[in-house]
Design a protein around this ligand. Structure first.
Ligand code: IMP
Ligand code: MG
Length: 181
């Protein structure tokens, strides 16, 4: 793994493919243990950032009467706080009475996660839990930490394995961190 540069910013290797795979296996096992006896649990991946993590995580969860769905949300822009969810799009499944596991790429301030949980909780599920690939505990301003976390990291900017810089570099197979100047 070598350094990569985008838009004049240099990123250095941070988490390898092997480390990602290892932590996904661990988290998948935790989730499987907790889902024992649950009827038709549903995983909800948040696009776009979580697509790679969701795919790898869900493959490790051999509970075949579960479902997976993907949602996207729109935030207010301009004058409004960017963390305010305007609309959740794409959830056609009925989650009433079911256990929901949200799959996120990263929880930073926690604002997005908290709003999203509230939106889903309003639809009457049995419970809503969250699995996040990355979590920056020192940045958390709102809501609870995700129930399942692959990596807790310092508050630095991360790229790759689904996470983007202005829309690009999501297909880097490893995780990179913005280099200190
Ligand atoms: P929040 O601050 O927890 O609401 O996170 C909002 C969104 O910011 C996340 O869903 C990511 O899309 C993005 N984000 C936060 N930290 C990073 C990062 O280090 N790299 C790339 N995107 C990030
Ligand atoms: Mg996101």
């Amino acid at each position: 793994m070598a350094e990569v540069t985008f838009n004049g910013l240099t990123f250095e290797p941070y988490i390898t493919r092997e480390q990602i795979a290892e932590q996904i296996k661990r988290v998948a096992q935790e989730i499987k243990n907790d889902l024992r006896g649950e009827e038709k649990p549903i995983f909800v991946g948040v696009l776009t950032g979580s697509f790679m993590f969701a795919s790898d995580l869900y493959r490790e969860i051999d509970i075949y009467d579960s479902e997976i769905a993907f949602i996207r949300f729109k935030s207010y822009e301009g004058m409004q706080s960017s963390g305010v969810i305007k609309e959740v799009m794409g959830l056609d499944e009925d989650i009433k009475g079911r256990t929901v596991i949200i799959i996120e790429d990263i929880v930073d301030t926690g604002i997005t996660a908290a709003r999203l949980r509230a939106r889903l909780e309003a639809l009457g599920p049995k419970q809503v839990k969250m699995a996040s690939l990355l979590f920056k505990p020192e940045s958390l301003q709102e809501g609870n930490p995700p129930e399942y976390v692959c990596f807790s990291i310092p508050s630095r900017f991360i790229l790759g394995y689904g996470l983007d810089l202005d829309g690009v570099a999501r297909n880097l197979p490893e995780i990179y961190v913005l280099k200190d100047k």
